[in-house]
Design a protein around this ligand. Structure first.
Ligand code: CMC
Length: 391
């Protein structure tokens, strides 16, 4: 047993080498292929960031046009896929539907299963990036009982997602540029985050040579939990539960109480021990969006007050618990009219490019099947007892 390093939760074990994303948790720095998240969020757009994550460089205009056109070629899903949705209860959580439907894509694309072929890997990535908004919006449409909307390739990636969410066959949705830009920024801010739980899951599943669509479904499952991507939904539920500024102190006391399982959702991070740089951009974006859309949101006021009180409390200061990306994203999403149950689905949509880029990086380089060891703490060897002699 002593032959192994014991590192529960992998707090100090690097599982791979990667050239994709760099995080300095002490400085609060996040770089994709060397470019800061702040610069990307203000100057780029989601599909350009996808190109960057996948190819390693920012595209020239011609490369960008070709990439966007390829993505647009793949936005529709197979007509048969809608029957998978119809097998679910209408009140199923959209993340449950998402896990099932994305896993089901592995049954549709046999040509993409030769993972040793770089062209097959690329088409898989393009299909995933292109189809995730369609699949996500279909989860919503199914839940509310409206017809599925086909993608519109004359729109940008984020406009098209809003169109498929809020348009109906009898009325096109009015997509405000502010809403589309806010959506795009949310996609960018969630695009990748190195070896988090879901990305590590995708790599681990992929290391056995499994079908990439099935690996992404595994990543979606890992993302769902409230300690990971499910936190954005949990933040809104928590703000609803707190209800009023006057109750904040009670909830802060609960969060500090070791005997109470309650945690402040949207606070804390395994790697960032300084402000989460994505949260700074998201916070700014949140104010802009609410102002430009003319939304007065009592939840934002509550969130701001909660942040202020927590950040002046020695418990949160000493433990370096700052708001993370999920603290503000939910407020923006609800201002855009997106229901809480869809928040983690949108995270999954955005993170797909990160997952598939990491999967590709692993497959394209020498790798071993992921096989962690354990410290065995069970019984030592003993003799089998026939059932009649057992007490
Ligand atoms: N509220 C109150 N106390 C907290 C919180 C919180 N949100 N987060 C951590 N702590 C305490 C924790 O109880 C522990 O205390 P002690 O040292 O006395 O045992 C200490 O701070 C260290 O926390 P930890 O749980 O050991 O840290 P971790 O690195 O294992 O967990 C985390 C990180 C993000 C899972 C955790 O901070 C958490 O559960 N936060 C709330 C959920 C959340 O917002 N998750 C989104 C993460 S960012 C988006 C993403 O990547 O998905």
């Amino acid at each position: 047993n002593n032959l192994f390093t014991f590192d529960p939760g992998f707090t100090s074990t690097a599982s791979c080498e990667s050239k994709i994303t760099y995080i300095d948790g002490e400085k609060g720095q996040l770089l994709h292929r060397g470019y800061s998240i702040e610069e990307l969020a203000s100057n780029s757009d989601y599909l350009e960031v996808c190109y960057l994550l996948w190819h390693g460089e920012l595209p020239t205009q011609a490369q960008k046009d070709a990439f966007v056109s390829t993505i647009k070629n793949h936005t529709m899903v197979h007509e048969q896929l809608q029957f998978f949705y119809r097998g679910f209860r209408r009140d199923a959580h959209p993340m449950a539907v998402m896990c099932g439907v994305v896993g089901a894509l592995s049954a549709f694309y046999h040509d993409s299963t030769d993972i040793k072929n770089p062209q097959h890997r690329e088409i898989t990535a393009m299909r995933l990036i292109a189809k995730m908004p369609t699949i996500a919006a279909m989860c919503y449409k199914y839940a509310v009982g409206q017809p599925f909307m086909y993608p519109r390739n004359d729109l940008t990636y984020s406009e098209n997602f809003l169109h498929m969410m809020f348009g109906t066959p009898c009325e096109e949705s009015k997509i405000s540029p502010v809403a589309a830009r806010a959506m795009d920024r949310i996609f960018i801010l969630h695009a990748d985050h190195e070896q988090n739980a879901s990305t590590s899951t995708v790599r681990l599943a992929g290391s056995s040579g499994a079908n990439p669509f099935a690996c992404i479904a595994a990543g979606i499952s890992a993302l769902w939990g409230p300690a990971h991507g499910g936190a954005n939904e949990a933040v809104l539920n928590m703000l609803d539960e707190i209800g009023d500024v006057s109750n904040i102190d009670t909830y802060i006391a609960k969060a500090k109480d070791k005997n109470d399982p309650f945690k402040l959702m949207g606070f804390g991070h395994r790697v960032y021990k300084n402000y989460d740089p994505r949260a700074s951009v998201m916070r700014e974006s949140c104010h802009e969006v609410l102002k430009e859309l003319g939304v007065k949101d009592a939840k934002l006021e509550l969130a701001m007050k909660l942040e202020e009180i927590a950040l002046s409390d020695p418990y949160f200061v000493e433990k370096k618990l700052f708001p993370n990306v999920d603290f503000y994203s939910g407020i923006i999403l609800s201002a855009l009219g997106i229901p809480t149950s869809m928040f983690t689905v949108i995270f999954a949509l955005s993170r797909t490019v990160g997952w598939i880029s990491h999967w590709n990086e692993m497959i394209a380089n020498p790798y071993k099947i992921g096989r962690p060891r354990q410290l065995y703490t069970g019984e030592t060897e003993r003799s089998f007892v026939p059932v009649d002699n057992r007490k």
